[in-house]
Ligand binder design. Structure first.
Ligand code: CU
Length: 184
């Protein structure tokens, strides 16, 4: 009788030990499984960020002053954009590319509504003046005349908020080669 009781106690305690061991084994997978989802969620968020950041940077770079680029559109005597914008008081650099094979161009920032008068006076001033009358107070800034295939840039401080124009004052180009320069 005593031996069977001892064996019974031994079996019971063995089962209890196994139950405890199993209980702790089950707790471990839960402990390691819980941190796993948080690790994968931030990874997905990080993966999504790089595609979102360049998408928002591109419009900001072209709309908030700083570095702007514009080009002549082939041989059509137009610019490849109808509008540029900048922030008042900021230093603006406009890079102007002239991919034309035959036409020379310049880019002149002028007060709103004055592009044709500025071009007419520029024609009088002649090519040595880059087709811009010296001291013309309607002119905010201008590039030199760019030969076919050339590129150049002009840097200036964006003037008071308002609407201005950019125009090519090479004789005959101002009728079609212009756009709005908006200062915010
Ligand atoms: Cu032109």
């Amino acid at each position: 009788m005593r031996k069977s009781l001892v064996i019974l106690f031994a079996m019971i305690s063995a089962v209890m030990l196994m139950a405890i061991a199993c209980g702790s084994d089950e707790a471990d997978p839960n402990a390691t499984a819980t941190p796993a989802p948080p690790n994968t969620v931030p990874a997905e968020q990080r993966a999504a960020e790089p595609t979102a950041v360049p998408a928002t940077k591109a419009p900001a770079a072209s709309g908030a002053g700083g570095a702007l680029t514009v080009a002549a559109e082939g041989e059509t005597l137009t610019f490849d954009t109808a509008s540029l914008s900048a922030t008042s008081g900021s230093e603006v650099t406009i890079t102007f590319d002239n991919p034309s094979a035959i036409n020379s161009h310049n880019l002149v920032i002028v007060k709103d509504g004055t592009k044709d008068q500025v071009a007419t006076d520029g024609t009088t001033a002649g090519p040595d003046a880059n087709w811009v009358a010296p001291g013309d107070d309607r002119v905010i800034a201008n590039t030199v005349v760019l030969s076919p295939g050339a590129s150049g840039e002009v840097t200036f401080t964006a003037p008071a908020p308002g609407t201005y124009q950019f125009v090519c004052t090479f004789p005959g180009h101002n009728a079609t080669m212009f756009g709005d320069f908006t200062v915010n």
